[in-house]
Design a binder for this molecule. Structure first.
Ligand SMILES: [Zn+2]
Length: 336
């Protein structure tokens, strides 16, 4: 493990090389699925840039003052900016223009403690046009010794003018075994818990780490899978009533669609006779029962329908309509 980052070895090696040969770029964009390690990598990079030890970043994070302050998000030369979540019914995450302007203003000043200024802006897709435009000018003419690190799920969600000015690093999901051993060795998970979380995580270590101490999240997953079980044989009117409830809570809605997509992919694999391990192995009886009633093509259509609903929601389409379309598309089957 380099820089205290689990996995993503090539990204760490590339960034370390940039520092070593004095080719650190003014702007970086780290992309990849949520909770995959983008922010962790950005913080490690900031430490490597500002660490006071010879062998930066120091092995024990509290070895030097810079690393300690960066990890506590209190370093005067490292600014961290994340979207502000608001809204009662539908949560929206926004990066406003004011925090971006403030960041640019600070970037024009000399660093206070070190040689460089670093900004880490998380989930930059949450920035509106005006905020992105404001940052663009700084990316075009960066003040000396300043480094801006943006993270986003996908470069496609950002203005091309922003993307083209950044050195891009696309992070991939970690292998299941890597997540599993990190959970048991670094986070002290029991073997069965590490196995289950690693399997469900889809290679997103941060997701698994968040869930390990969150019983309610695993309960919510079980609840959502049970709801899908009752929904599949249900008539249209019941399905629509469910859609109407679900659309009221954006985060539950997103989590439910993720889970459904994953469940249907399991059904598709079984229906196609593939020997891949099921992600939702604890639901294998339900998955096999569903697969017995469908062709692989039916199951693939269900996967595609869930994906289409997710895409509509990402484009901020009407949530109820997107869900109703999905629930009309999903096959009617009974699960014993
Ligand atoms: Zn250090």
């Amino acid at each position: 493990m380099q820089w205290g980052v689990v996995g993503h070895e090539w990204a760490v090696a590339t960034l370390a090389q940039h520092i070593r040969v004095g080719r650190v770029q003014h702007a970086y964009l780290f992309t990849g699925a949520s909770a995959i390690g983008k922010h962790t990598l950005a913080v490690a990079f900031a430490r490597a840039l500002l660490c006071e030890e010879e062998n930066a970043p120091c092995a024990e994070p509290n070895q030097c003052r810079s690393c300690t302050l960066i990890l506590a998000a209190k370093h005067p030369d490292v600014r961290m900016l994340a979207p502000v979540i608001s809204g009662k019914i539908i949560n929206t995450a926004k990066i406003g223009i004011e925090p971006i302007r403030e960041l640019i203003r600070q970037f024009s000043l000399r660093p206070m403690e070190t040689e460089r200024r670093v900004a880490i802006i998380t989930d930059f897709e949450a920035a509106g046009h005006a905020a992105a435009d404001a940052l663009l000018k700084t990316l075009e003419e960066p003040p000396g010794n300043s480094i801006i690190i943006l993270t986003a799920e996908s470069a496609a969600d950002l203005p091309p003018t922003i993307v083209s000015r950044c050195a891009r690093m696309a992070l991939r999901p970690l292998q299941r075994a890597v997540v599993q051993s990190a959970l048991s060795e670094l986070w002290g998970c029991a073997p069965e818990q590490a196995e289950l979380l690693a399997r469900l995580s889809g290679g997103r270590l941060g997701w698994a780490v968040d869930l390990r101490s969150d019983e309610s999240a695993l309960e919510a997953r079980a609840q959502r899978l049970s709801e899908l079980r009752t929904l599949l044989p249900a008539a249209r009117v019941e399905r629509f009533a469910y859609a109407d409830e679900l659309r009221k809570d954006r985060s539950a809605l997103v989590a439910t669609l993720d889970l459904w997509g994953c469940w249907w992919r399991d059904v598709m694999h079984v229906a196609a006779g593939a020997s891949t391990a099921l992600t939702n192995a604890d639901r294998s009886a339900d998955i096999r029962f569903a697969a017995d009633q469908l062709t692989a093509a039916d199951a693939a259509r269900a996967v595609a329908s869930v994906r289409a609903a997710q895409a509509r929601l990402e484009r901020n389409a009407n949530a109820r309509l997107a869900l109703e379309v999905l629930l009309l598309d999903l096959p009617h089957i009974s699960i014993a």
